[in-house]
Design a protein around this ligand. Structure first.
Ligand code: AP5
Ligand code: MG
Ligand code: ZN
Length: 216
C-alpha cells in the first residue's frame, strides 16, 4: 500500500504515521525526518537543507525526489509506505507519479488532514520528541504517562526542532498554502483523495484514519 498524508505543519501527519506504522507494518517515510538526519550527520545535503528549513522554505524538488526514489527501493518498503511530507509541490507530485509507474507501484490513497491555521502554532511550539526512539509528544495534548520518561522506550532525553518557532511556522504555513495545497485538487481529480478531521482529538483522528484505510 502506498499512502500519502497531506496537511499543513502541525496537522498531525507524523503522529498518525507513527501509529499506522506500528499497527499495519507500513513504513513511515518522513522527508522532514530524513532531512533532519542529514543535518545531524553533517552531509552536503544536510548543510544545504538546514538553511532552507530554518527559513521555513522548501528544499529543492530534485533533492527530495532523489531521496524518496532511493528510499522506495529499500527492501523494508516492500509491504507499503506512508509518505509523510512528500510530495509538497506539483513538480514532486508529477515526479512521484513517474517514479511509481517505473517501479510498478500504485498510489492507493491521499489522506488530507484538515486543520484550521490558528491552532497550528500552539501544536508546533508545544511539540517535542524522544531523543532515543523519536516518539512524538506535546506539552499539553500528548504527554507521556510518566513525566520525563518516554512511553515507548523509557528514554529520558527529549529534543525540540530548531524550526519549531512561531516565526518559522508562518513561513511554513505560507509554503503549504502556496505550493502544497494545490495538490488537493490534483489528487481529487485522480479519485484517490480522502479527508479526515485533523482538529479532532488524536485518538479520534486515528479512528478516522483507520476507517479511511478500510475503505480502500
Ligand atoms: P516536516 O518535518 O515535514 O514538517 P511539516 O510539514 O512542517 O510538518 P510537521 O512535522 O511540523 O507537522 P506534522 O503534521 O508531522 O505534525 P505532528 O504529528 O508532529 O518538514 C520540515 C521542513 O523540511 C520543511 O519546512 C521543508 O523545509 C523541508 N521539507 C520536508 N519535506 C520536504 C519536501 N517534500 N519538499 C521540500 N522540502 C521539504 O503534530 C504536531 C504536534 O501536535 C505534536 O506535538 C503532536 O503531539 C500534536 N498533535 C498531533 N495531532 C494532534 C491533535 N489531533 N490534537 C492535538 N494535538 C495534536
Ligand atoms: Mg512531521
Ligand atoms: Zn523513546
Amino acid at each position: 500500500m502506498i499512502l500519502i498524508l497531506l496537511g499543513p505543519p502541525g496537522a498531525g501527519k507524523g503522529t498518525q504515521a507513527q501509529r499506522l506504522q506500528d499497527k499495519h507494518g507500513l513504513i513511515q517515510l518522513s522527508t522532514g525526518d530524513m532531512l533532519r538526519a542529514a543535518v545531524a550527520a553533517g552531509t552536503e545535503i544536510g548543510l544545504e537543507a538546514k538553511k532552507v528549513m530554518d527559513r521555513g522554505e522548501l528544499v529543492s524538488d530534485e533533492i527530495m525526489t532523489g531521496i524518496i526514489s532511493d528510499r522506495l527501493d529499500q527492501p523494508d518498503c516492500k509491504n507499503g509506505v506512508i509518505l509523510d511530507g512528500f510530495p509538497r509541490t506539483e513538480a514532486q507530485a508529477a515526479a512521484l507519479d513517474e517514479m511509481l509507474a517505473a517501479k510498478g507501484l500504485v498510489l492507493d490513497a491521499v489522506i488530507e488532514m484538515k486543520t484550521d491555521d490558528d491552532i497550528l502554532v500552539e501544536r508546533i511550539t508545544g511539540r517535542y520528541t524522544c531523543a532515543t526512539c523519536g516518539t512524538g509528544y506535546h506539552d499539553i495534548f500528548l504527554k507521556p504517562a510518566v513525566e520525563g520518561v518516554c512511553d515507548k522506550c523509557g528514554g529520558t532525553e527529549f529534543k525540540r526542532r530548531s524550526d519549531d518557532n512561531a516565526d518559522t511556522v508562518v513561513s511554513r504555513l505560507k509554503a503549504y498554502h502556496d505550493q502544497t495545497a494545490p495538490l488537493l485538487p490534483y489528487y481529487q481529480g485522480k479519485g484517490v483523495l480522502k479527508q479526515v478531521d485533523g482538529m479532532a482529538d488524536i485518538d479520534v483522528v486515528t479512528q478516522e484514519m483507520e476507517a479511511a484505510l478500510q475503505s480502500i
